[in-house]
Design a binder for this molecule. Structure first.
Ligand SMILES: Cc1cc2nc3c(=O)[nH]c(=O)nc-3n(C[C@H](O)[C@H](O)[C@H](O)COP(=O)(O)O)c2cc1C
Length: 366
């Protein structure tokens, strides 16, 4: 299957380039009869849109979505849903250099070699963070489907920027407060420190990385397929498709790998009819299948590659080493804009598995 598609029964395709005419997503396999409107998608896109704060790129894109197909009387028809955004504010002037002088840490070198110099390098083309808007379009449809059919909800927020970390937080507080600041961290005091760290990095001509944490509630038992399509496998693949992701951790993750079994095992108990576990070190997945507990995932983002501070690189034409400083409109830290992207990628995978496992029918009534 070509690399721009994801999913088996709920299939998402992402298309477009950062500085091309438009970007968009097509979903094939969305059940019929689900209420859907452009405002459902727009609401999610607003959370990721650039140019809204000093901690993001100053590229001003309105990111107004149009749904071109798959809807009739504000209900999904079961036909492919095509959604697009026209690019409005691309400025390709600063990208002429990267054709022959690749940015350290970015995709310029690998994409130039793989596509023989034919790939659209303007604004990083298909490798740009801008393409994550197409993930959010498809994610908005997936989130609506999961909420509508099963009551599943995913909440992602900024957990760490550089060395500043948010401590344990209650799900309801995270859900309520994550969009109350431009860092997308549900604790405003911690967010303030994170913002200062990002702005300092920007002033220094540098960038910072960090971690997004995501919690999904309302999970049924048994989403996931054996072995190669386990929930962890498919979620990891989707999350690693987000540019700049370098680590994905489920439940107690690496810390749990340093414990004894007696410390890390989640013991079972019954709450009414529901089988629960007292702790959730597994992150809601056992044997690659959801166990009904919240899905807990942490996603690590590297510091953005495009920085003003001069760095050594190669001139691919002359073969000599040169110094490169990257001007232009870049995110000094991609994490604040990544939380809605994480929610989207998780929802795209869960929608696919929910359909595959028969939890969501082909036609929804009401
Ligand atoms: C929302 C978002 C925005 C991003 N913005 C930038 C940016 O402004 N500058 C940059 O160098 N990288 C940015 N990135 C990351 C690059 O797209 C990514 O590092 C690059 O394509 C290389 O891929 P890799 O880091 O996965 O190896 C962004 C990523 C995301 C998710």
């Amino acid at each position: 299957m070509p690399g721009n598609l994801i999913g088996e029964r709920f299939v998402t395709m992402s298309f477009g380039e950062s500085h091309g005419t438009c970007i968009g997503a097509v979903i094939d396999g969305c059940p019929a009869g689900m209420p859907l409107s452009e405002s459902d998608i727009q609401k999610e896109l607003e959370k990721r849109r650039p140019g809204q704060s000093a901690v993001t790129t100053q590229r001003m894109e309105p990111d107004k979505v149009s749904i071109l197909s798959g809807l009739f009387n504000n209900l999904t028809t079961g036909a492919p849903i095509c959604m697009i955004i026209w690019n409005k504010d691309s400025d390709s002037r600063t990208y002429d250099t990267v054709k022959s002088v690749p940015r350290p840490g970015h995709s310029d070198y690998t994409s130039f070699v793989k596509y023989g110099g034919f790939s659209d390098y303007r604004g990083s083309g298909r490798f740009s963070g801008r393409l994550t808007a197409t993930f959010v379009m498809a994610g908005a449809v997936s989130q609506k489907l999961l909420r509508h059919a099963l009551g599943i909800e995913t909440v992602a927020y900024t957990k760490q920027i550089g060395s500043i970390r948010l401590e344990e937080i209650q799900f309801d507080d995270a859900r309520k407060n994550r969009y109350t600041n431009d860092i997308r961290c549900p604790d405003n005091e911690v967010a303030k420190k994170m913002r200062e760290a990002i702005l300092k990095a920007r002033r220094d001509g540098d960038s910072l990385g960090g971690i997004v944490e995501s919690v999904t509630v309302g999970m049924p038992v048994g989403l996931g397929e054996p072995i190669f399509s386990s929930l962890e496998s498919d979620l990891s693949k989707a999350l690693f498709s987000i540019p700049a992701v370098k680590a994905v951790e489920f439940g107690s993750g690496f810390a749990g790998c340093c414990l004894h079994g007696s410390e890390n095992n989640d013991t079972f108990y019954k709450d009414g009819d529901k089988v629960m576990t007292r702790t959730n070190n597994s992150g809601g997945i056992l044997g690659g299948l959801s166990n009904g507990m919240p899905l807990v995932i942490r996603i690590g983002f590297k510091p953005a590659a495009s920085i003003l501070r001069p760095q050594r690189t190669l001139n691919l034409v002359t073969g000599g080493e040169v110094e490169l400083s990257v001007p232009g409109r870049h995110d000094p830290c991609v994490v604040p804009r990544a939380a809605p992207v994480v929610e989207s990628m998780i929802s795209i995978v869960l929608a696919d598995h929910a359909i595959k496992s028969g939890h969501v029918p082909a036609v929804l009534n009401g």
